[in-house]
Design a protein around this ligand. Sequence first.
Ligand SMILES: Cc1cc2nc3c(=O)[nH]c(=O)nc-3n(C[C@H](O)[C@H](O)[C@H](O)COP(=O)(O)OP(=O)(O)OC[C@H]3O[C@@H](n4cnc5c(N)ncnc54)[C@H](O)[C@@H]3O)c2cc1C
Length: 285
Amino acid sequence: MRISDILQKKGKTFSFEFFPPKTDAGHQTLFNTLRKLKPLNPDFVSVTYGAGGSTREKSFEIVDTIKNQIGLEVMAHFTCVGHSVDELQPSLDELKKRGIDNILALRGDPPKGQPDWKPSPNSYHYASDLVKHIRIGGHFCIGVAGYPEVHPQAESRQKDLENLKRKVDEGADFVITQLFFNNDDYFRYVDDAAKAGVFCRIIPGIMPITNFGQIKKFSEMGGAKIPDLLVESLTEVESDATEVTLLGLEYAMKQCRDLISGGAPGLHFYTLNKSATTRIIFENL
Ligand SMILES: Cc1cc2nc3c(=O)[nH]c(=O)nc-3n(C[C@H](O)[C@H](O)[C@H](O)COP(=O)(O)OP(=O)(O)OC[C@H]3O[C@@H](n4cnc5c(N)ncnc54)[C@H](O)[C@@H]3O)c2cc1C
């Protein structure tokens, strides 16, 4: 089923994001998590796609299993960086053949540790080009990424909003945001996007903090600002993993409640392939 049809029927959607594991043990964890989260009846789940290459095929196999064996609606993430234009269509055809109806169309990140890397002339440089390509094919419902705190490589906030509009004008049906910890950033983004002419749903992406070190690193790389008070509290309990998880959970719970009461059209959880925190939040919303 196309997510756009789900959005038409439901005022708010709840979705979970997973990544393709690299090991057999990781694979087992992912499918245990899916089994535990399925009874929550998410509107859809999504699976990331390694722009670097190693997990690409796995990604397709996992979306196939989720859709055709587990029976959940699924969205495949798909990136254009590193793919020639000619390579894209066979992958899209394969997704269609596997019964997938939804794609999160992304640029992807250039390979790590290659500062001089340039996309090949025969590849799309931006997600908007990929959206246009997929829309011409006609089959898929298309989601795109949005950045409440501005994409780190954007020339300016305004240019980033113009890019979001370009992606929607090219055919994207909805937006899922990068994770953030300050709801004001999200609500301001939705307002500014509307002023820029973007009126489709902008679903907030939420990640409960379970690993302070990991999230600090992500934040330092321009990922998402962590509010000072939260940093102080997390620093105090940094050496105690359980306390970090409890604090992260408490913060995410309040964040989710405030987003929903403030009018957000649902929540998209970055699960990191674990079920506990997402399940607790979801059951207590
Ligand atoms: C919800 C979500 C899911 C994600 N899933 C994955 C995944 O599965 N795999 C993965 O590899 N990565 C994933 N990412 C990360 C994403 O690939 C990176 O953030 C990437 O750097 C940008 O992708 P994009 O699709 O937003 O790019 P774009 O929308 O193309 O934007 C990239 C940058 O280029 C700028 N830009 C766009 N068009 C133009 C133009 N015409 N001229 C000048 N500048 C322009 C934008 O402002 C922005 O700074 C995800 C991100 C989010 C938020």
